[in-house]
Design a protein around this ligand. Structure first.
Ligand SMILES: [Zn+2]
Length: 308
């Protein structure tokens, strides 16, 4: 199976063996060839003049935008393309932008870009978003309350209080997302607040101490009262909203009666494979919209339809 999931396929060399060297990072961040992706409130700066493309700025242009705030600005080294370094920078406040540059929500960037086929741009932009938002939430040490500062090219925040010196690392929250099957039927649900007709596979955050299999069985039992036996890993997807790893699995139902957890779901149903195949072929309708291409749920359903 091609590893072509949106938000996967990171296109740069993260160069872990180099980013721990502060002097090397300092040289790269001041190098005229280095490229900077800008973000405001998690939205990447995009060139909208011809379709959508990320804007890469030089360090001179970034510093012109941040001005005296540069020293306080969160930034992350994303990786190398040959010798050229790419950084992600979070900017705040008011700034004058050219008419053809705009900060755009990453979800809509990914939807638009993936409409034209697989691209590694959502992965590049997603990693920058995840790391910068993590920095934004970790300016103070969760152990002692003192200020923290970025290190290792942005892959670490260190407590500035020498007596504490705690090290904080970026985190990823694992989510299990499962296609529950009963022979030629699969289980789909509609979450609270979702538009009418939007159905997807069930999903939930893993709890500390759980295996993927245990988390899958617990979630399905909690949300729809269905007992699940065999669990098989299918594929995964980084999900930068805010910073998750979606772990896609197939789960075989042992029971089929649905008891809805109305705190989570407004509906759940068993869908025949043939009907689902028809909906995929016709593009769905108002009573059932197929999950978007950027969602791993879509991949789980397609994989089931194609390979059984
Ligand atoms: Zn501390």
């Amino acid at each position: 199976m091609a590893d072509n999931i949106i938000f996967g396929g990171f296109p740069l060399d993260p160069a872990d063996h180099l980013r721990g060297d502060d002097r090397w990072v300092f040289e790269k961040i001041n190098h005229s060839d280095s490229r900077f992706l800008l973000y405001a409130q998690g939205c990447p700066l995009m060139d909208i003049s011809d379709g959508l493309a990320p804007v890469f700025k030089s360090v001179v242009k970034v510093k012109a935008i941040t001005g005296d705030d540069w020293g306080q600005t969160d930034w992350v080294f994303l990786g190398l393309d040959g010798d050229v370094a790419t950084f992600a920078v979070a900017i705040s406040g008011k700034y004058d932008l050219p008419a053809d540059e705009k900060f755009i929500d990453l979800r809509s960037v990914a939807l638009q870009i993936s409409a034209g086929g697989f691209s590694t741009i959502p992965s590049l932009l997603g990693r920058g978003k995840m790391l910068l938002e993590w920095h934004g939430r970790r300016h103070f040490c969760s152990c002692c309350g003192h200020k923290t500062k970025g290190a290792r090219g942005g892959y670490l925040r260190q407590c500035a209080n020498e007596a504490c010196a705690a090290e904080h690392f970026p985190r990823t929250d694992p989510v299990v997302i499962m296609l529950v099957t009963d022979g030629d039927r699969c289980l789909l649900g509609r979450g609270k607040g979702w538009p009418e007709g939007n159905y997807s596979t069930l999903a939930g955050f893993m709890e500390p101490g759980e295996t993927i299999e245990e988390a899958t069985r617990r979630e399905v039992l909690e949300e729809v009262g269905v007992k699940v036996g065999n669990v098989t890993y299918i594929r995964s997807q980084p999900w930068p909203f805010p910073s998750s790893l979606m772990i896609g699995v197939r789960a075989e139902a042992l029971t089929t009666e649905i008891t809805l957890d109305t705190n989570e779901l407004v509906d759940a149903l068993w869908m025949d494979k043939e009907k689902l195949q028809n909906l995929f072929e016709t593009g769905g309708d108002n009573s059932f919209r197929i999950p978007p291409k950027i969602a791993i749920a879509r991949h789980l359903l397609e994989e089931w339809l194609q390979h059984g």
